[in-house]
Design a protein around this ligand. Structure first.
Ligand SMILES: C[S@@+](CC[C@H](N)C(=O)[O-])C[C@H]1O[C@@H](n2cnc3c(N)ncnc32)[C@H](O)[C@@H]1O
Length: 217
């Protein structure tokens, strides 16, 4: 099968895209998604803004916890797959927009802003803008929940990540049609946006990380 045909096949259903993500993360993506949803929804009815919803894997977990979700993605084919996954009447507002258009949303309107595996698709300046604007969208006591591929701490882990990077980038292109760059300093970027990290976790030798951050006092 040519790589183009393989990509078309993988893009055909959310299950195939999701299978690609599971393969790339050795199955850890499920745990990461669960941790994101647990951190993002503290009570049924919470309003959650999800940036880069993709095929809706995290959206499904947010809905299962009773959230009302506004889900952004700039890729119409991803949104189409995500929409098809849910019954009509699900409490999701699907929006085809780029993350930087977050500034069109009302301020202080969300209990959480979720960014799962999409900050690493953005440039550093876009991330800085989006994180600053995300902080402004939080209702009092709200939190930004960011999970992504990061540069691990420690020289040995960094060498291992560089060695794994070339086959991983090729696989990522084949399996999910995109290549991301690990974020050098996720916590530093959240702090620079005026957020204070309250919880964090990591998987896969520190190459996948989760950070839960609130507005600094
Ligand atoms: C790797 S997928 C992750 C999907 C999902 N959040 C998850 O955790 O499985 C990244 C998604 O973010 C979207 N995305 C990346 N950069 C974006 C941007 N600047 N604005 C809006 N969506 C973006 C992509 O279209 C893609 O659907």
């Amino acid at each position: 099968m040519s790589s183009l045909a393989l990509m078309r096949w993988l893009e055909g259903t959310p299950e195939r895209y999701d299978a690609g993500m599971r393969a790339l993360t050795f199955g850890r993506v499920r745990r990461l998604h669960e941790a994101v949803a647990n951190a993002a929804v503290r009570a049924p009815g919470d309003a959650v803004l999800e940036i880069g919803c993709g095929t809706g894997s995290v959206t499904a977990l947010l809905l299962a916890r009773g959230a009302r979700v506004t889900a952004f993605d700039h890729a119409p084919e991803m949104l189409e797959q995500a929409r098809a996954r849910f019954a009509t009447g699900a409490t999701v507002d699907w929006v085809e927009r780029t993350a930087s258009e977050i500034d069109a949303l009302p301020r202080a309107a969300f209990q959480s802003v979720v960014l799962s595996l999409c900050l690493s698709d953005m440039s550093r300046s876009e991330r800085a803008f989006v994180l600053r604007e995300a902080a402004l969208r939080l209702a009092p006591g709200g939190r930004v929940v960011a999970a992504d591929e990061v540069r691990p701490r420690g020289p040995l882990r960094r060498v291992l990540q560089r060695l794994w990077r070339i086959p991983q980038a090729a696989l990522a292109w084949l399996l999910v049609g995109a290549v991301s760059s690990p974020i050098p300093d996720l916590i530093g970027e959240l702090e620079a946006a005026g957020l204070a990290v309250r919880e964090s976790d990591e998987w896969l030798f520190g190459t996948l990380a989760l950070a839960v951050a609130e507005k600094s006092e």
